[in-house]
Design a protein around this ligand. Sequence first.
Ligand code: COA
Ligand code: AMP
Length: 641
Amino acid sequence: MLCSNLNDNIMNYESFYKYSLEQPEDFWREQASRIDWYEKPQVVLGKDENGYPLWFPDGTLNMCYLTIDKHIADGHGNDIALIYDSPVTQTVKKYTFNEVKTEVAKLAGGLQALGFGKGDTAIIYMPMIPQTAFAMLACARIGVIHSVVFGGFAPHELAVRIDDCKPKVIITASSGIEIDRLIAYKPLVDEAIEVAEYKPEKVIVLNRKLGARVPFKKYDVDYGALVYGSEEADCVPVESHHPLYILYTSGTTGKPKGIVRDTGGYATALLFSMKYIYDSAPGETFWAASDMGWAVGHSYILYGPLLNRNSTVIFEGKPVRTPDASTFWRVIADHKVRVMFTAPTAIRAIKKEDPDGLLIKNYDLTCLKYQFLAGERCDVPTLEWYRSHIPVPVIDHWWQTESGWPMLANQMGLEPLPIKPGSATKPVCGYDIRIFNEAGQELPAGEEGLVVIKLPLPPGNMLGLWENEARFKAGYFSKFEGYYLAGDGGYKDTDGYCYITGRVDDVINVAGHRLSTADMEEAVSTHHHVAECAVVGINDELKGQVPFGFVVLKAGDDSPPFKIEHEIVQLVREQIGAVASLRSIVVVQRLPKTRSGKILRKLLRAIVDGETFALPSTIDDEAIIGEIQHALAKYRREQVS
Ligand code: COA
Ligand code: AMP
């Protein structure tokens, strides 16, 4: 299938991609014309005061208007906007665009009545329920910048984010449900506020009445009463570069990075992606089985599908155990999902429980057109398993919180290219992706190096890091002048297909969740017996990677190692959250280091994974390898027994 662009010229991938790189302003002007602006931008590509690209700088728009009100104005008010499917509460509820608008506009009115408005920040700490979407849209409606924090993070991590983005208000719910476990959110929010230096003015609490403890504090406002008692607020036009949200992601230090997303570039890019990457038409059901706390949730549970007037599924459950490995297939069949997006780890979890795909046979999946996968590299056995049981294209595509939408993909709405297992296919329009060596020289096909993208990045990419210009520049743009450093390694083949081989920094991907080993090391070192530590990401059959910790105890310490190991696991769970999944800690006498004192983490990783490794010439003492292997073998024996 080939596609026509707005000028009705027949386009294939090569020509459309070339056009996007050679004439980016014309290309994106056309795409921006698909958006209803209050003030149509005259300038397509400008610059901010630091010289960083700003897309459509003189345009004004409102994201809530584009995702909800516009569709009502166009006569689609009674179409389904949200499908809430919650196997953990055994609820299915559908909301029309009209219903979403009423709830969102009233909540926005409530926020205004409490004194919040354009430019203020709000943290949203909620489970996968429709009210999370309402809260995000209500903020967008009145120009409040939201920051959704994933519910799996513990109070300490929430406090770090509170101190960074200083929310005037936190919106939360009484509880979430993890399979069969009730997670009381409100006490976690209260604890985070207590720990944080900055204190929000109000906490809006949705009481789900599931039985969780909801301690009352004087800053609390009841969500239901606020919505019920408020007037509907109108959409507030904002500048194209007005931050729609801040989304924290893991970096190479213990402090998360607050990725700032603009409004106009993002809306343009998402709408482009819905058509050209996902091949999704208005009115169809689109399902991204992720969490609103991640970039996928922002872009492809909420904003992308709603901009495109899709019905989007908000799924409160897991691929397995809610109640079994057929849940995904049931949701697809029940809601006629046409395009589905999840992480490979979710498919691996299903495959583990239902290796022969017997449960798949119970459902009519003929509605499904594509299965998109991202969040981590899609391993070939997972892709093959899926293809052998469900005959639809399985599309691995690569992106990051920073980009907000895919950078490498098989663009199904443009020209589907042959799938090469292991590759996320080719660069998406607007992304000039290269592979560099450390010296900044472009590498030929087949050679692995650092993945970089020539500036300017297309619309939708991050505007900056929240109030941290120095880290923004240093982290992404200082290594190679004029290029964005993605933080991933990879290579291209002779057909121009790209293969992402994994992070080249201390970021790891655990079950599709991006986590920082530096953050975990900070938590581990707060244990009073720990003198030194290293946390590395090791291979895991189900989760892709899991963290593995090595600790050196303080001299003279004779506490039993198993006790300390257990305490550290609990400590990381309390400080970062269960999502960190750090379950293995080994006590060692020393850590392998270079002569200049740098811990050889790559070597530790290779030892645990049982890979062959060349001993670095810089290592200070070779005998340490034997010691580590010995400690590891002892640890494994103890685990088995
Ligand atoms: N709130 C509270 N706790 C949470 C949580 C949340 N929102 N999300 C996860 N956790 C907890 C889990 O309950 C688990 O706790 P436990 O150690 O007590 O069992 C822990 O954090 C680790 O969670 P997870 O890594 O998700 O492991 P799991 O065994 O519960 O589930 C998968 C494994 C593969 C089924 C699950 O991770 C999954 O569905 N992954 C897909 C991820 C995804 O969509 N990523 C987005 C990118 S596209
Ligand atoms: P996040 O910012 O949470 O979306 O995580 C982004 C990181 O996940 C990337 O830098 C990659 O390391 C990894 N990632 C995401 N999608 C893919 C993919 N399709 N293939 C390989 N790695 C991926």
